[in-house]
Write a protein that binds this ligand. Structure first.
Ligand SMILES: NC(=O)c1ccc[n+]([C@@H]2O[C@H](COP(=O)([O-])OP(=O)(O)OC[C@H]3O[C@@H](n4cnc5c(N)ncnc54)[C@H](OP(=O)(O)O)[C@@H]3O)[C@@H](O)[C@H]2O)c1
Length: 275
């Protein structure tokens, strides 16, 4: 485990910091001493996330942004650099899935997945690398990919994560002569609000099989406390967001000459997800 203040004086951005894995990463990085910029769409959830970081003694700033807008992604990096004079860790975590077969799928949903999961990650990485080079930091670009990026026939969502994995490898090679490392983390099933766009009956089935009562509405989100309950009750087939966050903290606190490039963080058993 990294020492408690190993990221003191560092600046980190976490996209998708308003929920789930991003929120947990922000808490771990903040606790380790980084000033964390939590970026997402929901302002109230971002403020809650910042409070959770501050509770651990960390420093946090909320930034509302839309990952689908290239200028807003670049602006996010600019804001963090302007406020702190540096950037050390960029966590490209914002992402979403609309499960569907390709034959039945909606191209506008594909566009949203491609823009958030792939384009925003590319633009965010580029802007962050330029900022890290400009301030001379020993930096980390962290992608939250997925085991779907290893599985054949994993739908359009899986295709976005195959793209993330390929981008990570390319960037790792491009950065071999820099003081910037790339970390690509592939979680398996994690208890978060990621299933917000899944068929409600599927989510209800999992939650009620764990003996947990929760109101599951299409597109709606469950509070962090209920997700913690779900992660605890279903831990054989659902990792917790903090399981992924600890992996990120481990990777970004290694010596800069050491590249912890890829990690699969998954629960003991595989969960069958809708196609
Ligand atoms: N949970 C899993 O089982 C699992 C498994 C493998 C990989 N992952 C990956 O983990 C990452 C985080 O997902 P999660 O599980 O933490 O799900 P989550 O709780 O639904 O969080 C997704 C985050 O992405 C943000 N986001 C989505 N669209 C956005 C947009 N247009 N602009 C800005 N932010 C946007 C959301 O912001 P708002 O809430 O503010 O809208 C939210 O903070 C994703 O990349 C996902 O693919 C998840």
């Amino acid at each position: 485990m990294a020492d408690n203040q190993s990221l003191k004086g560092r600046t980190a951005i976490v996209t998708g910091g308003s929920s789930g894995i991003g929120r947990a990463i922000a808490i771990r990085l903040g606790e380790a001493g980084a000033h964390v910029f939590l970026a997402g769409r929901s302002e109230s959830a971002l403020n809650e996330g910042c409070k959770a970081v501050e509770k651990t003694g960390g420093r946090a700033t909320p930034i509302a942004f839309d990952a689908r807008d290239v200028k807003q992604v670049q602006g996010l990096v600019d804001k963090a650099v302007k406020a702190t004079g540096r950037l050390d860790i960029m966590v490209n975590n914002a992402g979403l899935e609309f499960p569907s077969s390709i034959i039945e799928g909606d191209p506008e949903r594909w566009r949203e997945m491609l823009e958030v999961n792939v384009l925003a990650l590319l633009v965010g990485s580029q802007a962050a690398i330029r900022a890290m080079r400009a301030c001379g930091s020993a930096g980390h670009i962290v992608n939250i990919s997925s085991v779907a990026g290893r599985r054949e026939a994993s739908g359009v969502y899986g295709a976005t994560k195959w793209a993330v994995n390929s981008i990570a490898t390319t960037l790792r090679e491009e950065l071999e002569n820099d003081k910037i490392r790339v970390v690509n983390i592939m979680p398996g099933a994690v208890a978060t609000n990621f299933a917000r766009n899944f068929p409600p009956a599927f989510v209800k089935g999992i939650v009620s099989s764990l003996g947990i009562q929760a109101d599951i509405q299409p597109g709606a989100q469950l509070p962090p406390a209920v997700l913690d309950q779900i992660a605890a009750a279903g831990k054989l087939f659902l990792a917790s967001a903090d399981d992924v966050a600890r992996a990120v903290l481990f990777a970004v606190t290694q010596p800069i000459e050491l590249n912890v490039f890829e990690m699969v963080v998954r629960p003991q058993r595989a969960l069958q997800l809708p196609a």
